[in-house]
Design a protein around this ligand. Sequence first.
Ligand SMILES: [Zn+2]
Length: 293
Amino acid sequence: MSYQRRPRRVLNNPSMGPPPPKQPPTPPAGAVTASKIAKIIDEADIPYFLWGWLILTLHVTEIKVPEIEFVIPDDKLEAATNALVAAGYPQCESETCVELHIDRTAGTGEGGNEGGLELLHSEYRFHPVAGAHFHHFQDERKNVTELIALLPKNDIAPWLPELKVGSPAQEDPDFMLSTDPSLPKSRGGAWGPWTELHPVKIQNRASYTESFLWLSCRDIDRDNNLGMRWMAMWRRLLDVEMWVQMLREKWHPIWGDGMVSIVELLKVREKMIKDGELPKDLPKVVVEDYAGR
Ligand SMILES: [Zn+2]
């Protein structure tokens, strides 16, 4: 405990004054809403995990995207939707909502009708279409809208084991809680575990990274907009030590010479298609076309 040492430091350096009071880290935008939604889903006994941009904030760096994505077992999607509606979150039922397209600018003219040019050039433009979604206003003046999206597990991570309710076990290979003290600590911004909020189930960093590698393999040459989006996500998660030590063995060949080899990733993809770990009907990718990338 450093309490005993502090008075001596102050005596030796009178200009320093007493240390500032310790403030808990501010949770990032979206965390409060995510935590409230997780509590509703937990109380309805529905398994889930929080996914998407907010997890990047917990594991790597703060990304300010007003999108809160939960992955729900396909057969529990309706029950989760009903639980949110019952808790006062009206489901969007607009047939013309931009959220119904992978490209949020589709059919809305250049830049779409909400974010304009900013949206056209942002990573937020392309996204997996949710099974159900909600537009949630952060304040009564309706200044900031957050998107709450419920995504079917079979569309995002069918390779993960069946989701369970309750807290993950200490040694769970895929899941942890948003309150876990092993998450990177605050560096002065909106960082660190969300210790002041209801615990939210998330993937650990390795499993989260693997989910984007798997999606990249599924969507390359099938939907390149989504493919690029997934690639942008795992590139943010690149970390030599973590990739070599923590990713499951099948992903190890893709790492070499300090960078990821797309050719090796495509070879892993071919093997996964053969082994039934990816859909059989994916387009045939010419591996050589990607040499040197
Ligand atoms: Zn909508």
